[in-house]
Ligand binder design. Structure first.
Ligand code: PMP
Length: 404
């Protein structure tokens, strides 16, 4: 029996309708931008395996560092104990993130990174003795799949079954080209309800269909929140580590968020890890002489030493001039291809930012995640040896940055 056949007997896959979708492709090896299946067929990993794989599969520099760490310490409880890779990684992150950020709280994926940020924001106000619980977010945002993260996200097909459980969120229009004023007006209205925090995906809304914000429009929203002391949370789970051009999308903004959530590319795609990085002001609201104000949150694998080591190796690669060079090469190649696509009558809304390229395939059906074109496109590309996961009729490419 093949891996795919054995899989279908025992495994339930994420975001997969097990009844109708084809058997999962059995992958036996990855190298650079390629994945190889059990029959020897290769696929270009055009989605960096869900945006995690930054430098290509099996990068030797990351393998070497993890192997070395494996012989020293594989895991240790992270309450009351610490270790070199976690400390060094926090130092490194604070060095490359905007300067005002002061403390790193580790989790183990993107959903828990945002979930921790939301809980921090709510407990911040509780600890200050002035409780606030309302969250503002964009109407079509996506911040993960745990109940808190889907609560904070826009309402969609993903959230329908859980509607009665989701906490109240004030949704505002994102600052897309043409909707900046509406967005600002809705934010001002939302701010009058004394919210705890505003959470947003900076500059590009991923699951909503790779929709780009107007940069100045987003900056104004963050500035308005700051004026009213509302905590701003940038969910850089997808945009972090060079996807939008600079290391972090927030570098393209002039207003600084109070909390930044990281995951996906953090370890270069080798190990699960999340980080919620906060300003000194947020951190200090949790300090007291008794335990009542501490942050009651933690995961068993928090700051796993192997994951932190992979992140150290990956962030070192990001500093390599070859990485910047390849990033520019991908950006230029996207720019060139965008021009070709712009003349193709079958597609529209061609857009690119950093190493991300996306376009809509024209369709009469209302665009959505379950658009029937999605399956046709997915299979078409797969047959051609390219792994892309269209969001409905939206085709997107997020290439690995540093091939070798
Ligand atoms: N936030 C954003 C912006 C994301 O794109 C994702 C994942 N696609 C998440 C949070 C959740 O991350 P994870 O899948 O690691 O839980």
């Amino acid at each position: 029996m093949t891996i795919s056949q054995r899989d279908s007997r025992v495994i339930w896959h994420p975001f997969t309708q097990m009844e109708i979708e084809p058997e999962a492709v059995g992958i036996v090896r990855g190298q650079g931008s390629l994945l190889f299946d059990e029959h020897g067929k290769s696929y270009v990993d055009g989605v960096s395996s869900w945006w995690v794989n930054l430098h290509g599969h099996g990068h030797p520099a990351i393998i070497e560092r993890i192997t070395e760490q494996l012989n020293r310490l594989e895991q240790v409880i992270f309450a009351g104990f610490t270790h070199e890779p976690a400390v060094e990684l926090a130092e490194r992150l604070l060095e490359i993130l905007p300067g005002y950020l002061a403390k790193v709280f580790y989790t183990d994926n993107g959903s828990t990174a945002t979930e921790a940020a939301i809980k921090m924001a709510i407990q911040y106000w509780h600890n200050k003795g002035a409780p606030r619980t309302k969250i503002i977010s964009f109407a079509d945002s996506y911040h993960g799949d745990t109940v808190g993260a889907i609560s904070a996200s826009g309402r969609s097909q993903f959230s329908i079954p859980f509607a009665p459980l989701l906490f109240d969120v004030i949704h505002i229009a994102p600052p897309y080209e043409g909707s900046q004023d509406q967005s600002l007006n809705e934010l001002r209205n939302a701010l009058s309800h004394k919210p705890a925090a505003f959470i947003f995906e900076p500059l590009i809304q991923g699951v909503a269909g790779m929709r780009l914000h107007d940069r100045a429009g987003l900056d104004v929203l963050i500035g308005e929140c700051k004026k009213q002391n509302v905590i701003t949370i940038a969910d850089e789970v997808m945009t972090g580590f060079g996807r939008t051009g600079p290391n972090f999308a927030c570098e393209l903004l002039s207003n600084n968020p109070d909390i930044i959530c990281l995951s996906k590319g953090l370890t270069g795609g080798f190990m699960p890890l999340g980080a919620t990085v906060v300003s000194q002001d947020i951190y200090e609201a949790f300090l007291a002489n008794d335990r009542s104000k501490m942050f009651f949150h933690g995961h068993s694998y928090t700051a796993n030493p192997l994951a932190c080591t992979a992140a150290l190796a990956s962030t070192e690669l990001l500093r390599n001039p070859q990485c910047a060079e390849n990033r520019r090469r991908i950006e230029n190649s996207h720019k060139g291809f965008a021009k070709v696509l712009a003349n193709d009558p079958r597609v529209e809304n061609v857009r690119h930012l950093g190493t991300i390229l996306a376009f809509d395939v024209k369709t009469n059906a209302t665009t959505s995640y379950t658009n029937e074109l999605r399956d046709k496109l997915y299979i078409h590309f797969l047959n051609k040896g390219v792994l892309l996961r269209p969001l409905g009729n939206v085709v997107l490419c997020s290439s690995a940055i540093l091939y070798y």
